[in-house]
Write a protein that binds this ligand. Structure first.
Ligand code: SF4
Length: 373
């Protein structure tokens, strides 16, 4: 028997029970998977899961469709690959998202390494709580969910900022990881578990964590060539095991970095086509959002991704959601289709589940409406 739970934020040692089996989350250190690890991961996904690997909005990986009997052999294989910590308590700790364009020895790499080295000092935090280290010349992760951020300010020094705050406090070089842990302890000690996330915590920040430092904005990366290698887009954030194998099983691919933007950065690799993946940042599939939908998610009453795949070339700014929760996109979309009772509600410039302009549409009607059939 597993310790499977229903709800959000699964871990490898604590998988989530979904409609298509167990869902196992993997959080590689520094968001980096070597080519050898990636090959092992692809083999494990094909053997123990549904053969697909999801890349999440916090740059984690998820395997789905894992049977009860396959869960333990899968986790043991992931531990052997050094992709999962053998200690379930460490595996369940808060997440750490690292700006994926770090270079060995730069500030992002050093601070993230410092923070990981101090893992034994991290307090117990709510399941969705997360850190972000984003200290390159341009901050990349401003739109990525995180509760405690270590960033580079517009003045050029390190800064600490909490989720939901536009500004933060300037730090001295070298004190970043300790300051982030101190702030996490403050969150725990002031009852943060009740609110779950820093942005919802009603207690004012301690004076030492308040300031007017602003992060140096840079924004996300895009598909295509990159000075560190090549960025490949994953339609709907999903890659098949054989595509992952093709991505790294070549002489010029040394490792894969995970990003929160449905992109994989293949270190040292040339930007050559790989079937099923996108190198063109204008590829319409990269602009479309669709959750896993039915039958994989028990909340869904509609299939989502086949419809999104057919509509994407015809509908800019598309979001197809299996239900009103809107897991694939929290913000508004130009066109949003929300599943309800086996049909779709159509919304414009809206979030999933918002009052529709038209309700109860079937897939054939929508394909005809948008010229996709
Ligand atoms: S939006 Fe609804 S249907 Fe889609 S994955 Fe989330 S809970 Fe499931």
């Amino acid at each position: 028997m597993t310790a499977a739970v229903r709800g959000w934020c699964p871990a490898a040692w604590r998988p989530m029970a979904a409609g298509d089996g167990l869902l196992v989350r993997i959080r590689p250190a520094l968001g980096r998977v070597s080519a050898a690890q990636a090959l092992g991961l692809a083999a494990a996904a094909a053997r123990f899961g549904n053969g697909e690997i999801d890349l999440t909005r916090r740059a984690n990986l998820q395997l789905r469709g894992v049977g009860e009997a396959d869960w333990r052999p899968l986790v043991e294989a992931l531990v052997a690959l050094d992709l999962v910590d053998p200690d379930p308590a460490i595996d369940a700790q808060a997440g750490l998202t690292v700006a994926p364009d770090w270079r060995a020895g730069d500030d992002t790499h050093r601070i993230a390494t410092d923070l990981l080295a101090l893992r034994g000092e991290w307090p117990a935090l709510p399941a969705k709580f997360g850190f972000a280290v984003d200290a390159g010349r341009s901050c990349r992760l401003s739109d990525t969910p995180a509760d405690i951020r270590i960033e580079r300010s517009v003045e050029g020094g390190p800064m600490l900022r909490t989720g939901g705050q536009a500004t933060g406090v300037a730090l001295a070089w070298g004190e970043e990881a300790a300051a982030a842990i101190d702030l996490a302890r403050w969150f725990r000690d002031t009852g943060g578990a009740a609110s779950g996330r820093m942005a919802r915590h009603p207690v004012p920040l301690p004076g030492w964590a308040q300031g007017d430092a602003r992060p140096a904005q840079g924004g996300p990366l895009a598909a295509g060539p990159h000075p560190l290698g090549a960025l490949y887009g994953l339609p709907f954030g999903r890659i098949a095991a054989d595509a992952l194998t093709a991505l790294v099983d070549r002489p010029d691919a040394s490792a894969v970095r995970l990003t929160p933007w449905r992109l994989l950065l293949v270190e040292d690799a040339a930007a050559v086509p790989v079937p099923g993946l996108a190198l063109d940042p204008a590829d319409p599939l990269l602009a479309a959002h669709a959750c896993v939908g039915a039958p994989a998610c028990p909340q869904a009453s509609v299939a989502t991704r086949d419809l999104a795949r057919r509509l994407a070339p015809h509908v800019a700014g598309l979001h197809v959601s299996g239900c009103a929760k809107g897991c694939a996109r929290s913000g508004p979309a130009r066109v949003v289709l929300t599943g309800r009772d086996g049909r779709f509600d159509l919304g414009l410039a809206a979030r999933a589940g918002y009052p529709p302009v038209e309700a109860g549409l079937d897939a054939a009607t929508l394909l005809a409406r948008f010229g996709a059939c």
